[in-house]
Design a protein around this ligand. Structure first.
Ligand code: HEM
Ligand code: HEM
Length: 537
């Protein structure tokens, strides 16, 4: 049977005429047709990347609005706007214009709040998206490059956020910059020079706000857009991964075409995210710089917090014992700063190399378009959880003073506990999550072979008790029986030297696959069906 496609747009309508006009001059219809037919699979976790994308659009729109009114100057001025408590107070032009945006410009406060809330959501969704990609193994061949581009996006996003909240030149942002200055000064040999260059003289200098402004509204957004375009292009080239299920293979994509279904849903979802950001920005105050006042190095108050995504850096600094310094002739090596730097470096470099490390350890060079259920890769899942524990501990340390005051604990005890937890805690989390995954795999195997427990026990005529098992649906059977017979890498004998090679790799590989429970094969499921368990029909 053939069906003739009937366009919902009349041939002589203005839309149709405009489309023909554009196509005759650009030949774009081929590309639209090709892209419109692309299939996107559906799963709630694939929305996280979209949330990042839509919050970025909110950031771009609100940021552009702010550029019309924000004045990136550190020149001294006296505030004379509508906010009475600060009237007549001396401050930088940047701070005064931020107050003007908040109190004198129509919609200004809303736009500042939209910008700030969208930035917080942006980085949060990026990190959840990153966790989704990690735990499902979506970074495996051929998507390693997209994983790296993603990490670059994450780092630029954090720099964007930091440079953004440093712009108003209020007490909070000045303190953030002071910490960064301290970190730069600790760089051996060149630290002082870099600091003077960045700030235009000794901290706070006269130039930093203007320089951060160029970075914030021009260089970093341009980089973000370029990398994002590459990220999305590669995603289209590779096609999106999909969850295993009946009919889904490594060679097909099951889902909806971009036009009209996926595009319709995506646009709707974008409006939902925008609406959410505007609603939060309307009702919940964020960064009330008028409460903090202009920057002044003396009144640093307890309880100051950076934006959440910078917390792990601040926390790493707090975890190191203060005054940890080594004098080297005329120089001082500030380990209290260099060690936290190294900790953060280990965390981030680990993320960059992981896809390559995993494929080396497992020897798995195959392409993967079907995702892993996290429990089916216990080692990777446990490692991811350990990574999160490491990050979260550094992050919690940034709020050590708030934790201490809220729970009426001594600040030192909070810090000592977090110092202890940082490394052993990471191993404990690894171990617990690894065992939990293996337990879940065992349970999956039992359910795949015998069906769900129904809780109904019957007695057979000859006296035997048996529990009735509910058979699985086709999708469940598929999910739970998902098996992969990929084996650990073995050491080999080099034919030339006769020596055994690859011992380290094989040990790591055995470790990676340790205690893995194989999913039930179709033959095993078939055999189990004929093996006397009662089934509920
Ligand atoms: C500005 C930040 C980012 C944006 C706007 C973004 C956007 C997206 C979108 C919309 C998708 C397709 C839908 C989805 O799978 O969620 C995607 C896929 C992907 N992203 Fe991102 N992403 C960002 C950052 C990252 C980061 C930080 C990573 C990892 C470190 C990453 C790695 C990936 C990978 C590997 C895919 C392909 C996933 C698959 O096919 O299953 N992305 N990204
Ligand atoms: C991912 C990208 C971005 C992030 C994460 C980000 C983040 C931030 C943050 C947290 C602030 C402080 C807001 C406040 O004072 O409460 C800020 C300020 C600002 N941002 Fe962005 N921003 C981004 C992109 C942009 C872009 C693309 C523009 C311009 C087109 C822009 C323009 C501004 C301006 C003018 C300010 C200062 C105004 C003020 O503080 O009231 N931003 N940004």
């Amino acid at each position: 049977m053939t069906t003739t496609y009937k366009s919902p747009v009349a041939e002589d309508s203005a839309i149709a005429k405009a489309s023909v006009w554009i196509d005759e001059r650009t030949s774009i219809s081929g590309a639209v047709k090709e892209f419109g037919r692309k299939i996107f699979p559906d799963h709630w976790s694939f929305m996280l990347g979209e949330v990042a994308l839509y919050s970025f659009i909110a950031i771009l729109l609100s940021g552009t609005f702010l550029t019309f009114f924000f004045d990136p100057t550190m020149t001294h001025t006296t505030y004379n706007g509508q906010y009475v408590p600060l009237k007549g107070i001396g401050m930088s032009g940047a701070m005064a214009s931020t107050l003007d945006i908040s109190f004198d410009i129509r919609g200004g406060l809303l736009m500042r709040q939209v910008h700030h809330w969208a930035a917080l959501l942006f980085v949060a969704s990026i990190m959840l998206h990153m966790a989704r990609v990690f735990f499902t193994g979506a970074f495996r061949k051929p998507r390693e490059l997209n994983w790296i581009i993603g990490l670059v996006l994450w780092i630029i996003a954090m720099l964007e956020g930091f440079s953004g909240y440093s712009l108003p030149d209020d007490l909070l942002s000045g303190n953030g910059l002071r910490i960064v200055d301290g970190m730069i000064l600790a760089i051996p040999l060149v630290g002082t020079w870099i600091s003077f260059l960045m700030f235009g003289g000794e901290f706070p200098g006269t130039d930093i706000v203007g320089r951060l402004y160029s970075l914030h509204i021009m260089i970093l957004p341009a980089l973000l857009i370029v990398f994002l375009a590459m990220h999305l292009l590669l995603m289209v080239v590779h096609k999106h991964t999909q969850w295993p299920g009946p009919g889904k293979t490594e060679n097909n994509v099951v889902g909806n075409p971009v036009l009209p279904v996926f595009a319709g849903k995506a646009v709707g979802f974008m409006f939902i995210i925008m609406g959410l950001i505007f609603t939060i920005a309307s009702f919940f105050q964020i960064n009330p710089v008028w409460n903090y006042g202009p920057f002044d190095p003396s009144p640093v108050s307890a309880g100051t917090q950076p934006d959440w995504y910078i917390g792990f850096g601040d926390g790493a600094l707090r975890l190191i014992p203060p005054g940890w310094e080594v004098p080297l002739g005329n120089f001082t090596l500030s380990l209290a700063i260099l060690v936290p730097f190294a900790l953060m470096g280990v965390f981030v470099i680990g993320l960059f190399v992981y896809p390559f490390l995993e494929s080396w350890i497992t020897g798995d060079k195959r392409e993967h378009h079907l995702l892993d259920r996290p429990r089916n890769a216990p080692f990777r899942t446990a490692l991811g959880a350990a990574w999160i524990s490491f990050y979260a501990t550094m992050w919690a340390a940034a709020s050590s003073d708030l934790i201490a005051t809220h729970f009426q604990l001594a600040m030192e005890h909070v810090i000592h506990f977090l110092q202890f937890w940082l490394i052993p805690g990471t191993f404990i989390v690894f171990f617990v999550v690894h065992r939990a995954c293996i337990a879940l795999q065992k349970q999956d195997r039992a359910v795949a072979l015998h069906g769900h427990e129904s809780g109904r026990v019957i007695r057979l005529p000859h006296g035997e008790f048996q529990e009735i098992h509910v058979p699985l649906t086709e999708t469940e059977q598929f999910e739970l029986s998902n098996y992969d017979t990929f084996a650990p890498v073995k050491p080999y004998i080099d034919p030339e030297t006769g020596k055994t090679k690859g011992k380290l790799r094989s040990r790591l590989s055995r470790w990676f696959f340790a205690d893995r429970v194989e999913g039930a094969t179709p033959a095993e499921v078939e055999a189990a069906k004929h093996h006397g368990h009662g089934e509920l029909h």
